[in-house]
Design a protein around this ligand. Sequence first.
Ligand SMILES: [Zn+2]
Length: 252
Amino acid sequence: MLNFEELTRDELSELAPRALVVVPVGSIEQHGPHLPVGVDCVIVSELARRAAAEAGRTMPVLVTPTLPFGFAQHHVPFGGTVSINVATYQEVLTDIGKSLVASGFRRLFFLNGHGGNDPSVQAVGDRLVFELGLDVHVAAASYWTCAADILAGLDLGIGPVPGHAGAFETSCMLAIAPDQVRTEVLPIADGILQPLAATAMGEAVVRRPGVWSASDGRTDDASGASAALGEKALTAIAERVARFVIDFHQST
Ligand SMILES: [Zn+2]
């Protein structure tokens, strides 16, 4: 695994025709009273690093810096949130792809760590390949979608994955960056799903007015969170993402 930003232009030019580039995308947004606003960036960066390290043993895999800002308008009223509107965000993602193609890269994988980014991330391939006609293979997925088959069999015994600021994300943070978890202000363990999780429907992308403001900005409580659960999930997801990276590279 190679960090894109640590290489020179000549080294990148040499690698470009053979390499696959992972572009992790995150968000800066409120994550309840107990987690920092950079959670999505922390988790997706960790997964990209682990997956690229694994896949990079058999092929050149580069990881760009994580794009920290995404579409998070639904979190803005809570504070501590920076959001880029959908149209602008799609332009940003497309421009990142165009730049990488101009640098000679032919395999891009946008790995998303925040639900609000998902539709825009999925649109990047259409824009780069079909609208702009660029000679590039583009893959895009949220990590929980890429690893959905593995996660289904993992039986973590907690709330929704990834959910938001609940047991899953808290567990991942306890595994990656425990110093950043304010365990002294963990939300009260009410044991019931917050409104936005309770009204979600898995079959479709559903948006409802007022559902975020009716919650306190979380999907579920974090009382069942632990570093061990987080590590178990991160290991399984990273392995699955690595397998996708290898399959995608071979398919090109
Ligand atoms: Zn999050």
